[in-house]
Design a protein around this ligand. Structure first.
Ligand SMILES: Cc1ncc(COP(=O)(O)O)c(C=O)c1O
Length: 388
């Protein structure tokens, strides 16, 4: 990887790394900050873990994140990852037999399991609408989703940026319409922060869960849960510990809201990834990441165009609905595991190959450490494979 920014990352230089989307990658100075927090914790764990001190540290870093994602800091809590935050929401809601959870055919497989688990225990039913492809307008998306709403729909669960198809779902109208119908909105924003502009207050979802360890490039284990103030009483963390109060209400046992206290204190945990989030935001500022992201977006979409030229298979969406630095590129049918392994073993390229609804998809991520040499290697390898 020959981008001048590649030297800031810990990635193995022998691998052409085109899969930022799965786990992100943390720049060296951000990782150093993370390690410093861990050492401070080890130096004096009792003082470090004092709930009032820790609450104050969390409040500082929540403020940094809040200005990045357009939220009030007191509506945000730290979770380990998007899966944990969405589990907390799904497993808190008081669903009854016959209640419906409406979702789409583009959701992340692990979260489909979460809702199946919840449905099996509550008697709720998960319904899935098909999002029409190619996705070309907000109206088409909104109409398809709302067509699935019935009198029994209690929850609408949608990705912001989809995992298998790298689409940006246009959420604003559908969230407003759900609200009018009294349907709770739960948004899987695992890929949102740092990839697409966020204004969570304006978006108005009841619950939005995001990751800082993907596109914001924080260390792994930095997720957050945003809940509207008037919905926070519905939630309890999976782990009930010192911070929880039976009566709910505010203040909680450590003087913050019940929501902040219950989620803030869940037993002994390593908070270093959350505390390093401001360093990740600073790294992006220091390196003019808006410009870097724009170059990455251009390189990703140009690469997708070249591969589409080879395959003749059209894109899954109009460009407005494709994730800026992550392109899902359909290719002729292949065994996804075999193709992934061949790309890695023979060409040293790490890129996900996905089977989704009968399609084979190469999901290309382009981040600041990549350059045109990296994407060129992918194009050459696919040309070789598809020419067979
Ligand atoms: C749409 C979506 N949701 C959830 C997740 C899970 O994220 P995490 O493993 O950080 O919980 C992913 C991971 O790639 C994802 O793509």
């Amino acid at each position: 990887m020959a981008s001048p920014l590649a030297r800031h990352f810990l990635l193995d230089p022998r691998v052409t790394f085109l899969n930022h989307g799965s786990y992100g990658a943390c720049p060296r100075p951000v990782f150093a900050t993370y390690r410093r927090w861990q050492r401070r914790l080890e130096a004096q764990p009792v003082a470090f873990m004092d709930p009032h001190h820790l609450a104050a540290r969390f409040a500082d870093v929540r403020r940094s994140l809040a200005s990045e994602v357009g939220a009030d800091p007191d509506d945000l809590v730290w979770v380990t990852n998007a899966t944990a935050g969405l589990n907390a929401v799904a497993r808190s809601l008081d669903l009854k037999p016959g209640d419906e959870v409406l979702t789409t055919d583009h959701e992340y497989a692990a979260l489909e399991k979460t809702w199946a688990f919840v449905a099996a225990r509550t008697g709720a039913i998960v319904r899935r609408v098909e999002v029409p492809l190619p996705l070309v307008s907000e109206e088409a998306f909104t109409d398809a989703v709302l067509a699935g709403v019935t009198a029994r729909t209690r929850v609408l669960f949608l990705s912001h940026v989809t995992s298998p198809t790298a689409l940006v779902f246009p959420l604003a109208k559908v969230i407003a319409a759900a609200r009018e119908r009294g349907v709770l909105t739960v948004i899987d924003g695992a890929h949102g922060p740092g990839l697409v502009p966020l204004d969570l207050d304006a978006l108005g979802a009841d619950f939005y869960v995001g990751n800082c360890h993907k596109w914001l490039m924080a260390p792994k284990g930095a997720g957050f849960l945003h809940a509207r103030r008037d919905r926070q009483f519905l939630l309890a963390p999976a782990v009930i510990s010192h911070g929880w109060t039976e009566a709910g209400g505010s203040p909680g046992p450590f003087g913050q809201s019940a929501f902040l206290d219950a989620f803030g204190f869940q037993g002994t945990r390593d908070p270093a990834a959350w505390l390093a989030v401001p360093a990740a935001l600073r790294f992006r500022d220091d390196h003019d990441w808006a410009s870097v992201a724009k170059q990455c977006r251009n390189l990703a979409s140009e690469t997708a165009r070249v591969i589409q030229g080879i395959t003749g298979i059209p894109p899954l969406a109009a460009s407005d609905f494709c994730a800026p630095q992550m392109m899902a590129i359909p290719i002729p049918e292949r065994d996804p595991v075999a193709l992934h392994d061949w790309l890695l073993r023979v060409h040293g390229i790490e890129v996900p190959v996905i089977r989704w609804r009968g399609r084979t998809i190469v999901r290309l991520s382009v981040q600041g450490y990549n350059d045109a040499g990296d994407t060129g290697r992918l194009v050459a390898a696919l040309r070789e494979e598809l020419g067979r």
